[in-house]
Write a protein that binds this ligand. Structure first.
Ligand SMILES: CC(C)(COP(=O)(O)OP(=O)(O)OC[C@H]1O[C@@H](n2cnc3c(N)ncnc32)[C@H](O)[C@@H]1OP(=O)(O)O)[C@@H](O)C(=O)NCCC(=O)NCCS
Length: 152
């Protein structure tokens, strides 16, 4: 059954520790990308109700540095589905909770493919879009999907 993106919206939050950072306390970009992938895969799995694998990352942008002691919150939401593939928008906010300031730190679009029990791509439900922002995200996802199909 088709679903609204908000039914699969997922949130993952973690305080950054020295093990996430270099000796100067700057968090490694790869640590945040790993968290984004984990958060995105929860949204994709919630939508598909099947095992999913990551196949692509688009439009990954780092906006602001993240340091040890900051609270990092990833939010993910499906924006487009093909037959077995699903694009998930992932946004990361960083909060220095000693002073209560929160900023957008990263954004990206992760693509996952749902697999059946034999590891083959498997059809997933469509999206029910209810507002203009969801429709705009879907149209942009469809354009990227069509471009990729042309080049496959
Ligand atoms: C996912 C996988 C099983 C798909 O196999 P495949 O032979 O490419 O299958 P298909 O060509 O039928 O494509 C299946 C879907 O994946 C999409 N797809 C495959 N590769 C893609 C890519 N790089 N980017 C975006 N979409 C991709 C196709 O567009 C198709 O989408 P649709 O069903 O919505 O139309 C295979 O590519 C794979 O195992 N990749 C590695 C995934 C992985 O291990 N990730 C973790 C790495 S640590």
């Amino acid at each position: 059954m088709n679903k609204n993106p908000n039914e699969s919206k997922s949130v993952l939050a973690q305080v950054m520790l020295p093990s996430h950072a270099n000796p100067s306390g700057n968090v490694h970009g790869g640590e945040i990308m790993k968290m984004m992938d984990a958060c995105g895969s929860v949204a994709a799995t919630r939508h598909a109700k099947k095992n999913v694998v990551t196949v692509r990352v688009d439009e990954l942008v780092f906006y602001t540095p993240i340091s040890v002691g900051h609270l990092v919150t990833c939010t993910s939401k499906p924006i487009f589905v093909g037959r077995s593939s699903i694009e998930v928008k992932v946004e990361v906010k960083v909060e220095d909770f000693m002073i209560g300031e929160e900023k957008v730190a990263l954004k990206a679009i992760f693509t996952y493919v749902a697999l059946d029990d034999h590891g083959k791509p498997s059809a997933i439900p469509g999206l029910v879009l209810t507002d203009e922002s969801e429709k705009k995200d879907y149209e942009l996802g469809l354009a990227r999907y069509r471009d990729r199909k042309k080049n496959q």
